[in-house]
Ligand binder design. Structure first.
Ligand code: PGA
Length: 268
């Protein structure tokens, strides 16, 4: 494992990051159309105001990479998942290095859909996060509580336990290359986003907890995103919170026009 950042470079100031998570949507044909639609709906200035990543399914990655690079669109290629082993007999899995070779910059790790539907444990999340870092990419670590946990008052302790299990033992230099996304499960795909106050509060607590886990001064350099029913209408107010450094966008990132509106709103 290396402590040296390869790509992307960790931000000196926390540059806002807007990530489009397509989940299991768009064939590679549709993916190319979406990227064209998106780039026609946005200006270079909009893309300079924030950092943008797009996370298509594996089968779309090469096509999206080719369009982004050949048309010089300032969007970082992202992935939604990978396996933690470098190679071998793991049918159906994709290694971190396979993604890095496609110039993937960010990999979503521990999304609640993978944790809940596909049984990804905290232990696997921690291993995957380390494997992504070792391959020179930045993990976007997803944490978040269910509605039951929130209603019972356990949201913060649940999220802190997820955070601790993923980050404990990593050096400050490696943690500064990580992005954390607070995604309350009850807000994902429901049309009910967390209030700006709740999003701010949890992102602030996450930042403070990073200082406790890794060391003083580290949390202030880590970008913390909010995700869950982000739309062009709520993107701006969520992004204006002191500790919300960007957004992880699902449904609203599928359409070029709507994702462009989210990016523009977040950059204002
Ligand atoms: P959503 O998904 O924006 O559709 O709620 C967010 C996510 O799961 O990353």
């Amino acid at each position: 494992m290396t402590d040296e950042p390869l790509t992307p470079i960790p931000p000196a100031i926390r540059r806002r990051l807007i990530c489009g998570n397509w989940k299991m949507n768009h064939t590679h044909f549709e993916a190319v159309q979406m990227i064209h639609h998106f780039s026609a709906s946005i200006t270079e200035e909009d893309l300079a105001a924030v950092e943008v990543s797009i996370h298509p399914p594996f089968t779309d990655l090469r096509s999206v990479q080719t369009v982004l690079e050949s048309e010089k669109i300032s969007v970082v290629l992202g992935a939604q998942h990978c396996y933690f082993e470098p190679k071998g007999a793991f049918t159906g899995e994709i290694s971190p290095n396979m993604l890095a070779k496609l110039h993937v910059g960010y990999v979503i790790v521990g999304h609640s859909e993978r944790r809940l539907i596909l049984g990804q444990s905290d232990e696997v999340v921690a291993k995957t996060l380390r494997a992504v870092l070792a391959a020179g990419m930045s993990p976007i670590l997803c944490v978040g509580e269910s509605k039951d946990v929130r209603d019972s008052g356990g949201a913060q302790s649940h999220v802190m336990a997820q955070l601790r299990s993923a980050l404990q033992g990593l050096s400050p230099a490696l943690v500064q290359r990580c992005v954390v996304a607070y995604e309350p499960i009850w807000a994902i795909g429901t049309g009910v986003n967390a209030s700006t106050m709740d999003a701010q509060e949890m992102c602030q607590v996450i930042r403070e907890e990073i200082e406790t886990i890794v060391g003083p001064g580290v949390g202030s350099g880590v970008r913390i995103l909010y995700g869950g029913s982000v739309t062009p209408d709520n993107a701006r107010s969520l992004c204006r919170q002191k500790d919300v450094d960007g957004l992880l966008v699902g449904g609203a990132s599928l359409d070029g026009d709507s994702f462009a509106k989210v990016v523009k709103a977040a950059g204002r």
